[in-house]
Design a protein around this ligand. Sequence first.
Ligand SMILES: NC(=O)c1ccc[n+]([C@@H]2O[C@H](COP(=O)([O-])OP(=O)(O)OC[C@H]3O[C@@H](n4cnc5c(N)ncnc54)[C@H](OP(=O)(O)O)[C@@H]3O)[C@@H](O)[C@H]2O)c1
Length: 322
Amino acid sequence: MTSRRRVVVTRTGGPDVLRVDTDEAPEPAAGRLRVRVTAAGVARADILMRAGRYPGRVPTPPFTPGWDVTGVVDAVGPDVPDRWLGRRVVALTLTGGHASHASVPVADAVELPGTLQEHAAACLPLAYVTAHELLHHVARVRPGERVLVHGAAGSVGTALLDIGRLLGADMYGIAASRDHALVETYGAEPVERDRAALPRADVVLDMAGGATLRASWRSLLPGGRLVSYGFLSPEASPPRDLLRLRLWNALPGDRRAAFYRLSATARRRPDRVRAVLRDLVTQLGEGRLHPRIAARVPLDQPARAHRVADDPTARGKVLLVP
Ligand SMILES: NC(=O)c1ccc[n+]([C@@H]2O[C@H](COP(=O)([O-])OP(=O)(O)OC[C@H]3O[C@@H](n4cnc5c(N)ncnc54)[C@H](OP(=O)(O)O)[C@@H]3O)[C@@H](O)[C@H]2O)c1
């Protein structure tokens, strides 16, 4: 019998609604691995889900949050080959990652090469896969294009700057002044967050919504693409913003607007998410990507982990470590 600890969102609310429960780790079902977790990322999405402000599907509490995990396979489903046992893997889990043991479909698990650090790999699934999808698949950024990134000091923002530089794009990162040095470490040009007009760009990646989304659309050069992927601004309204994107797309001209949601891709095209994650793992192993870790917090202190992840002075990924 293997004992499991897992973080539970008992009800929506502040960090204190989080509890750590102990029970027996279930044996994996067919097609699944049980992963002994060594690091699990805390994402903005986890905080929004806990607070009841996530603009998408959320399990009804009580549930265990957690989008990204790395760890070691310690049990396999009845139809899964034993050779998976002992392998180090990383996966996008959507929920259930904040635990000492997580259940992962074998089809979603990406093996880590021998020397790759598990903690660095735990930063990849949600933030880096989203950034990769936005740049490569949705906006189809070409070398030399001007790309404007809102929320550039955040997890997805820094991942966009990191991958955009590899693509050969001219990256511009919008952030508060205190984060301009961070934006520069990713080879991007910092842009002040509250400036009246945005620089013109071929591609704008917008996680704020509302008035920011309107400014993003106005800043597009001919042939430009706006991709919205969040509603962090307090005055953003998902239905209104999505309607705006549709209306803008119907206008004459060659500018385009789209919305992207990784969870929808993960449900419809898990093969693509895995292929992207595998590519990112390879690039991380080659030293081409630079995920940043803000803090490592014991799994038994989930409220502290959420507070650190919510602190604008702590930049980088907060990892829960069982
Ligand atoms: N659609 C998808 O598939 C997808 C995937 C991943 C994430 N997301 C969404 O993308 C957003 C960012 O995620 P993340 O993990 O990068 O979060 P994060 O690490 O918390 O970073 C958010 C960044 O945005 C800035 N910010 C916050 N409110 C802002 C506003 N109103 N205007 C401009 N900038 C603002 C923050 O700066 P300060 O801290 O200085 O305020 C911070 O730098 C979240 O809404 C998340 O749910 C969507």
